[in-house]
Design a binder for this molecule. Structure first.
Ligand code: ADP
Ligand code: MG
Length: 523
């Protein structure tokens, strides 16, 4: 077989038919239900205790902090109430020593100190007037509520969330290791150090980045409609959506264990699906030899199987493995050295020994975007990138075409799988049931707007930069009978920026409303 035929054959292994899409949707809906009913299901369906999404009219000044793997981000967000906001932020690298400090107090007092610095630098007036008032005005907490910044805390480590601002650390990841923090409430640890510095800040909400994306989009999206779903297609993939409280049947049981109160006033709660682990037992997910090997050689075989076919961390690696397969085929001259003699044409390649093509995770998913979008004559851009980034000298147009064909197939399959997750949520929540012309006022609150539009917020480099990603998702939507041509037109997908900033601020705002209505104050 020639190179072109061989590449076509490999690309075909990544085809994901309309029938497959529909099977996937059915299984996704089944797993959604299962996850709502019990803990420990394949789809975790984690209750977030966030019970409302914003509509763009929210106003006020809020704070947000984001403890990721390497940096600590502090920001303040002024919500203007017209779907726009201003954001002020600072970022500091977390000192290595603190990542494995003896006590969690060392880390959290450092974080509180950064919040203090931020307040002094960017909100000096507010900070100083607060200090003055605190000295003269003695209320129960030492300050009045309206002087306090509510803060949303994005904490990107596994936590067992038991309330809107309550969650215990399950384990550290990403190089952190502070033993005494395990099992403790991360919001409380931060609040203690904030209080020790007498800062006018209340940790109002513990935030997951997917929920932040949903909130940010819901605030910024056109119209007063709430957004149904926030989805991330970046390093990993995950989604959070608005569910009817009555369908979250496992809440009762969780509540009995934790004794936490749940705000039931909206009848809804945002659910963090953790859909990266959809169908871990591969009952419906596609599986090629490349998927199989990638999984076996990963740090967590058998886990996050959906994510391993969809997200940025993995698509480049799938392509790399497909390329290696072609390189090993003796009758298939990919990247062959055409200057060498006819006899050893198949045994010599133009690839540098230290090329990423020979290393696990050595091929970045951004390469898929580059080659898929390459319309240059003879795929010059693809060949240049192979040369510059991957040490492949003198790739031929035919080589580049083979690589492009497979890369495009991997990208398209990822988009169609993404469509499965999104479609399943749109269908399971009945968002397309009321036709546009009979949409009621009540629909607005439920994520269907005046025009019958169902709004979806997305974030992440893959969905943002991979050409045609949304078009492929839409094509798959049209192949699902419960959505079809009509339904596809009613689904609006928009990028949601700054989920961990404005999204976290919005969760703090929603949390405030709950606290204030509980204590009988005005929301
Ligand atoms: P994070 O998930 O950490 O918030 P991003 O949303 O930027 O960050 O996603 C990073 C992932 O996206 C990485 O796996 C990277 O390989 C991939 N990526 C980066 N640039 C692109 C691109 N242009 N096209 C497709 N994927 C990309
Ligand atoms: Mg991100």
């Amino acid at each position: 077989m020639g190179l072109a035929d061989e590449a076509k054959r490999v690309a075909a292994e990544f085809e994901y038919s309309a029938e497959d899409v529909n099977k996937g949707v059915k299984e996704f809906i089944r797993e959604m239900d299962e996850g709502l009913g019990k803990t420990g299901a394949m789809l975790s369906q984690i209750p977030t205790y966030v019970t409302a999404v914003p509509n763009g009219t929210e106003k006020g000044l809020y704070m947000a902090v984001d403890l990721g793997g390497t940096n600590f981000r502090v920001c303040s967000i002024q919500l203007h109430g017209n779907s726009t906001f201003s954001l002020t932020q600072s970022k500091v690298a977390i000192p290595r020593a603190l990542m494995s400090a003896k006590t969690s107090k060392e880390l959290f007092s450092f974080l509180a100190k950064q919040i203090e610095n931020f307040l002094k630098t960017h909100h000096g007036e507010h900070y100083h007037s607060h200090i003055r008032r605190r000295l003269t005005n003695s209320t129960e907490r030492g300050f009045r509520d309206e002087e306090i910044f509510s803060l949303g805390f994005t904490f990107s480590f596994p936590v067992n969330q038991i309330g809107i601002n309550k969650g215990t650390l399950i384990r550290w990841t990403k190089g952190f290791d502070i033993h005494d923090a395990i099992g403790k409430d991360v919001c409380e640890m931060l609040q203690q150090e904030i209080d020790a510095l007498h800062l006018p800040v209340r940790v109002a909400a513990l935030v997951n980045d997917t929920v932040g994306t949903l909130m940010a989009r819901s605030y910024s999206s056109p119209g007063k409609t709430g957004t149904l779903l926030g989805a991330i297609f970046g390093t990993g993939t995950n989604g959070a959506y608005v569910e009817k409280l009555e369908k979250v049947t496992k809440l009762k049981q969780i509540q009995e264990e934790t004794g936490e109160e749940i705000d039931e006033s909206t009848g809804e709660m945002i659910i963090n699906t953790e859909w990266g682990s959809f169908d871990n037992d591969l009952s419906v997910l596609p599986n090629t030899p490349y998927d199989d090997d990638l999984d076996k050689e990963s740090v967590n075989p058998g886990i996050q199987m959906f994510e391993k076919r969809v997200s940025g961390m993995f698509l480049g690696e799938l392509l790399r493995r497909a390329i290696l397969f072609l390189l090993k085929k003796h009758d298939c001259p990919l990247f062959a050295d055409r200057d060498s003699s006819e006899n050893d044409v198949h045994s010599t390649t133009n690839i540098a020994d230290d090329s990423g093509i020979y290393k696990q995770w050595g091929l970045d998913t951004s390469f898929l975007s580059i080659t898929h979008g390459d319309r240059s004559p003879g795929l010059r851009i693809t060949r240049q990138t192979l040369d510059k980034e991957y040490g492949v000298t003198a790739a031929s147009a035919e080589d580049a075409e083979a690589v492009q064909m497979i890369a495009s197939a991997i990208g398209k399959r990822a988009a169609r799988l993404s469509a499965v997750a999104i479609a399943a949520i749109v269908i399971a929540t009945n968002k397309l049931e009321s036709p546009a012309d009979v949409a009621t006022d009540n629909d607005a609150a439920l994520g269907v707007n005046e025009d019958g539009i169902v709004d979806i917020g997305v974030d992440g480099s893959l969905v943002e930069f991979y050409p045609d990603f949304e078009d492929y998702i839409r094509e798959a939507f049209r192949q699902i009978p419960q959505i079809g041509e009509r339904g596809e037109k009613r689904i609006r997908i928009g990028i949601a920026k700054d989920g961990s900033g404005v999204g976290a601020a919005l969760i703090a705002l929603v949390a405030d409303k709950v606290v204030k209505s509980d204590t009988g104050k005005e929301a």
